[in-house]
Structure formats: C-alpha cells, structure tokens
Write a protein that binds this ligand. Structure first.
Ligand SMILES: Nc1ncnc2c1ncn2[C@@H]1O[C@H](COP(=O)(O)OP(=O)(O)OP(=O)(O)O)[C@@H](O)[C@H]1O
Ligand SMILES: [Mg+2]
Length: 191
C-alpha cells in the first residue's frame, strides 16, 4: 500500500501506528530478554497503577490473538492499585496469557482477574486448557524448558518469574491435567 501512489493518508497513518507499536514491542521484548540474561536485580520504573484498566488492555490484546473458540473473561475488582512497572508487568501477564491460549487449541475460557484478599492483592490468569502433569509443574519456570510446542523457546515463564520477583512479589501455579491451569501473582496490598 505504501508503494502505490496516492495512498489514503488516514490508512498510511494507521499503518504507521501499527508499525511503530510492533517496533516498540520488539524493542520491549529485547529489553526483557537482556534484563533476564543480566544477573541481579533489574531497575524497575514503578508507578502506582490501577489494575482494572491494565487488565482491560491485556484482555483486549488477548482477544486479538486468541482464536474465536477461546472466550476471554475479565473480572477485576474496581479500585485496586499497585506500584508496578507497567510495561514489564504487562509483559509477564502477556506471557501467561499466550501460554493459556496455546493450551486451548480446541477452545476454552481464558479468565483474567484481580481481587483483594486479606493483606494481599491477587492477579490471576486461568485457562480451561490441557493442564500440566504434577511432575512437570515445577520445571515450567526453568529457562529453556518447553513441552508440547513446535516453536517454544522455553523463556516465557522464566521471564514471568523474574519480573514478578523483581517486584518483590510471588507467582504460583496450580493445574489439573485435562482441566486447566491457573497462575496467581500475589502482591502485598497497598493502601
Ligand atoms: N497455561 C498452561 N497450560 C499448559 N501448559 C503450560 C501453561 N503454561 C506453561 N505451560 C508449559 O510450560 C512450558 C514452558 O512455558 P514457557 O512459556 O516458559 O515456554 P514456551 O511457551 O514453551 O515457549 P515461549 O513462551 O518462549 O514461546 C510450556 O512449553 C508448556 O508445556
Ligand atoms: Mg510461553
């Protein structure tokens, strides 16, 4: 389209936006991989962020990559906020979302949620996909551990763990084979 003369300026502007966002994404991905390869703590750019719009943006992204037979549900308690590095936490959640979608090749439900527990805030990404055998559940966090995928690099979950722990938070997995998997990120509640 860019080559053909007399292209519609609105379409060119739209396309330029898409190209810029893709480039920013690739830049962000490279930055995350460097963070991950470097040992030690990463400097986070933390700001207090409301969780509801952050999860809404991720649900929108999830819908754009998920096949039609995957339904995306969002249940974020309004008013929750945490001090976080938005770009990096979004990367971590997106890695979880991508795995969840990949675990549901014949369809299912992807649920994104955020809720307040006693002294903590829990962010959860859950799927109704293939599940993980108990003996494999510990290994999913390992660098380069991939199972059941033709194109997997095995870095997604290791990056999730690194980003969550750099925030001083925890991430846990529970799964039932044939029924699905849920990942919960737990952060101390901030008043
Ligand atoms: N929601 C899930 N359901 C089922 N299996 C999962 C889920 N999340 C992770 N896994 C398993 O953990 C493995 C490691 O995940 P990880 O994201 O680190 O790597 P990958 O998805 O294989 O590759 P990459 O994310 O780099 O493309 C996956 O290959 C898969 O077997
Ligand atoms: Mg992955």
């Amino acid at each position: 389209m860019l080559k053909s003369g007399g292209a519609d300026p609105d379409r060119v502007a739209l396309l330029a936006g898409v190209v810029k966002r893709s480039a920013d994404n690739i830049y962000g991905l490279i930055e995350d991989i460097f963070d991950f390869v470097k040992s030690g703590h990463t400097h986070l750019r933390k700001e207090r962020q409301p969780l509801e719009p952050l999860l809404e943006a991720l649900a929108y992204q999830a819908k754009s990559i998920a096949p039609a037979k995957v339904e995306t549900l969002l249940a974020a308690e309004p008013g929750l906020a945490l001090s976080l590095d938005r770009r990096r936490l979004s990367r971590a959640l997106f890695n979880l979302i991508k795995n969840a979608i990949e675990a549901m090749p014949t369809g299912g439900v992807l649920s994104l949620s955020a809720r307040r527990a006693a002294d903590t805030v829990e962010i959860e990404v859950a799927d109704t996909g293939v599940g993980i055998e108990p003996e494999r559940l510990e290994r999913i966090w390992d660098q380069f551990y991939t199972h059941g995928k033709a194109q997997g690099t095995g870095l997604g979950m290791a990056i999730v763990k690194k980003i969550v722990e750099d925030h001083g938070w925890r991430v846990a997995a529970r799964s039932t084979l044939g029924q699905g998997t849920a990942f919960t990120i737990t952060a101390p509640a901030e008043e």
